[in-house]
Design a protein around this ligand. Structure first.
Ligand code: BES
Ligand code: MN
Ligand code: ZN
Length: 500
């Protein structure tokens, strides 16, 4: 949504098989016996193609596995893409993921060919709207910096309720925004530019205010973590605060690590680790995307998204290893490693959310540690919280959305090391290598000042580009998937008051 919008969606009454478009997508289920079910709309579509599907099934050329596509043609030259959508008897979470994967796979095959397509989503039952989300996400292309644009698909016709379709579009827009931010070349979205772009974008929405803390203000108000991490770049840091007022009471705060680029700073990373560090802003990207979707959906909730945005590079003005920095909440942090920068910018934003914004609870997303990525790989994020109820709600949203989290412990015994490694200050920003994701989480916890809080380390799925064939089909290849938007929106939806 900085660069890319999802295809337009139009609701059609009646039969999608009658749509006058070049491409029609029809999901196909397997029965209990594992065989393709040739019933209902599948049967009618099959006969429109002169029985092409049933022949393919008979010949063993189409098994109906999730995401498998078989294309037949009608007499008037329209393509019907049959796509395997799993078994109707699958449990709910799996049906939702199958619907997203199936529709994404089908759309990926036509996004560069077709201007308009019709999607049969009703056969997916309660997973219909998720099917649309999958289709829209599967259509994503990052083409802002290509002269020749390949994506042609501009509109899809769907047989959903208007409300369901609208929700799917809002969520897809949020994910598009997150993908655009996470994948953008660093200088295109240097902190001052990112701030302006988000201010412009969100000005379209009702009940949303964007507040930008510029460098002078960050200095004046003592945001030592953000200032020090960002001071080495000519493009100075910003704290971007997106406020959505849709309900009553204290806001839920979302905090997203927004390292527009993380070179490691004076503790410079080796070359092979640098390239993907443009996606070190994936946390901020996700919370911005979630705020967008929540505001578009007019959810009855107050929400604040905080994006501490900085570029971590070595220069004559960079912060130095063994500097001691005074954080926004007054804590003195000894910098034992300038590459442990995420926790410094997050700490200021967390403390500000807890103490100045009076958040009722805080969730942060951050590509925080290589350790979380090594532990869980590209598909799982590490979830940390002391609050079992909060963990449970997030895990439920995780199951519904297919954005996978795995809970790791906050190990109290490890806390002592933060102080032990800081002879000059009160705590070290990096204390030990073993249990790196846990130590980072423990560092953050200090700055939440007792608030209800969850930390999600998205180092694996936030970057995601190494997921290759393991990735869901609605993820873009070699790009950040915009991970966390759908999880957060689902979670916030479950918290928002349902009163109209
Ligand atoms: N952004 C990185 C973490 C990261 C690495 C995310 C690889 C995704 C893929 C973070 O700022 C970092 O450099 N963390 C260090 C911390 C260490 C110096 C204590 C790490 O994990 O090595
Ligand atoms: Mn780093
Ligand atoms: Zn980083």
């Amino acid at each position: 949504m900085l660069y890319t919008r999802p295809p337009k969606v139009e609701v059609v009454e009646g039969d999608v098989l009658e749509a006058r478009v070049s491409d029609i997508v029809v999901p196909v289920f397997k029965g209990g016996d594992g065989n393709v079910k040739l019933e209902g709309i599948v049967e009618r579509a099959d006969s429109l193609t002169g029985g092409a599907l049933s022949r393919a099934v008979k010949a063993g050329r189409f098994k109906g596995d999730v995401g498998e596509v078989f294309t037949g043609y009608t007499d008037d030259g329209r393509a019907i893409h049959f796509v395997g959508a799993g078994s109707e008897g699958d449990e709910e979470a799996k049906r939702l993921e199958n619907a997203r994967n199936a529709m994404a796979a089908a759309v990926k095959g036509i996004v560069e060919k077709s201007g308009e397509a019709a999607l049969a989503l009703k056969p997916l039952g309660s997973a219909g709207a998720e099917g649309l989300v999958g289709a829209l996400l599967g259509a994503y292309r990052f083409e802002a910096f290509k002269n020749e644009k390949k994506a042609k698909l501009s509109k899809v016709y769907v047989d959903l309720d208007r409300g369901e379709a609208g929700e799917a579009v809002a969520v897809a827009e949020g994910v598009y925004l997150a993908r655009d931010i996470a994948n953008a070349p660093p200088h295109e979205v240097a902190p001052p530019r990112l701030a302006e772009k988000l201010r412009d974008l969100f000005s379209q929405l009702e009940n949303v205010e964007v507040e930008i803390f510029d460098y002078d203000r960050l200095l004046r108000e003592g945001f030592g973590g953000i200032v020090n991490v960002g001071r080495g770049s000519e493009e100075k840091p910003r704290l971007i605060v997106i406020k959505y007022n849709g309900g009553e009471g204290e806001p839920i705060a979302l905090v997203g690590k927004t390292l527009v680029f993380d070179s490691g700073g004076i503790n410079l990373k080796p070359s092979q680790s640098l390239y993907e560090m443009r996606a070190d802003k994936a946390g901020g990207a996700a919370v911005a995307g979630a705020a967008w979707a929540v505001a578009r959906l007019h959810l009855k909730v107050n929400l604040v998204a905080l994006l501490p945005a900085a570029i971590n590079v070595p220069s004559g003005s960079s912060y130095l290893t063994s500097d001691v920095i005074r954080m926004w909440d007054g804590t003195y942090v000894e910098v034992t490693n300038t590459d442990a920068e995420g926790r410094l910018v997050l700490a200021d934003a967390l403390a500000y959310a807890a103490k100045a914004l009076g958040a009722r609870e805080i969730i942060d997303l951050a590509t925080l540690t290589g350790a979380a990525w090594i532990a869980l790989g590209p598909l799982y994020a590490a979830l940390f919280t002391r609050d079992d109820t909060l963990a449970k709600s997030i895990e439920e949203s995780s199951r519904r959305t297919g954005e996978k989290v795995w809970r790791l412990p906050l190990v109290d015994e490890y806390k002592v090391m933060l102080g032990r490694k800081a002879p000059l200050g009160e705590v070290a920003n990096a204390a030990m290598r073993a249990g790196g994701a846990i130590c980072a989480a423990l560092f953050l916890e200090r700055f939440t000042h007792g608030k209800k809080w969850a930390h999600i380390d998205i180092a694996g799925p936030g970057i995601g580009s190494d997921a290759g064939p393991m990735a869901p089909k609605y993820w873009p290849q070699n790009l950040a998937p915009g991970w966390g938007v759908r999880l957060l929106v689902d979670y916030i939806k479950s918290k928002a008051s349902t009163a109209k």
